[in-house]
Design a protein around this ligand. Structure first.
Ligand SMILES: [Fe+2]
Length: 205
């Protein structure tokens, strides 16, 4: 690794893994090609990924999803964790809201080229149905020359603007990931009332 960079890894991320697999099985045929999950294109306009996916929070009744419930539970556990070493990032994490719940499915030959995400933090949870015998499908951070070997039911949190990619998945089994992206939440405060203050005309004329 060239430079250390902020990331947090959570093992045994989802407590309800059997239900997650059941839901993924049901969702598998509804997943869409990259043109529909969009977002990431190279400068030349090419789509940077070959996989299938679905943003659950764009679907009706997504709040009934076990995947969403498990992810939200995990986010709460991370917020309340005592293991944060970077207190600035922890404060940032506490005032973000989460969207996406993007389910992605990789089969043999699928990949995601280097890109960064639309967000402040990215949380990805990896689900494999045959993790031990799989080849590829790992997460690589090219600016740090860091290969993260993904494990089943493991999550990684990092800053969304870190360049990252998924190495080509080269097995006949299934690799899924669930990605959420955070954005700053505007604090719920009363608007300031400065109407009585006449700003110097010299500056604002
Ligand atoms: Fe990404």
């Amino acid at each position: 690794m060239k430079d250390p960079f902020f990331h947090i890894i959570v093992e045994e991320a989802f407590s309800d893994l059997d239900s997650i697999f059941d839901e993924l099985d049901l969702l598998k045929d509804s997943l869409l090609s990259p043109e529909h999950t969009g977002g990431s294109k190279s400068e030349s306009g090419e789509i940077e990924k070959k996989n299938k996916g679905l943003f659950l929070d764009g679907c009706q009744n997504y709040q009934n999803s076990k995947i969403v419930a498990n992810t939200n539970k995990l986010l709460t556990e991370i917020i309340n964790s005592k293991n944060w070493e970077n207190h600035v990032f922890h404060r940032m994490f506490e005032c973000t809201s989460w969207t996406g719940y993007l389910v992605s499915h990789y089969e043999c030959g699928d990949y995601y080229l280097p890109h960064y995400d639309d967000g402040l933090f990215t949380l990805i949870t990896f689900i494999f149905d045959d993790c031990e015998n799989r080849v590829g499908g790992d997460l690589y951070f090219p600016e740090h020359d860091h290969l993260h070997k993904c494990k089943n039911n493991q999550s990684i949190l990092f800053l969304s603007k870190e360049m990252h990619q998924v190495t080509t998945f080269e097995s006949k089994s299934n690799r899924y990931s669930i990605s959420t992206f955070s954005h700053f939440q505007r604090p719920n405060k009363e608007p300031l009332n400065n109407k009585s203050l006449d700003l110097p005309k010299l500056i604002y004329n």
